[in-house]
Write a protein that binds this ligand. Sequence first.
Ligand SMILES: [Zn+2]
Length: 54
Amino acid sequence: MDSDPTAGGDSSALPDCPRCGKPVAFSAATGPYTGSVSPCGCSVPPDLLADLWD
Ligand SMILES: [Zn+2]
């Protein structure tokens, strides 16, 4: 809701991958302790996935 101008990005609505820092468009838990993010494809624990979208 803020009209805060974010430096340079139209990807401000997307969280950053905790592994590589690229924008995450989609995340999926693949098991109780494993998950992955797209489009970069890094493996990220579900705990971190939940935190991304919080
Ligand atoms: Zn990544």
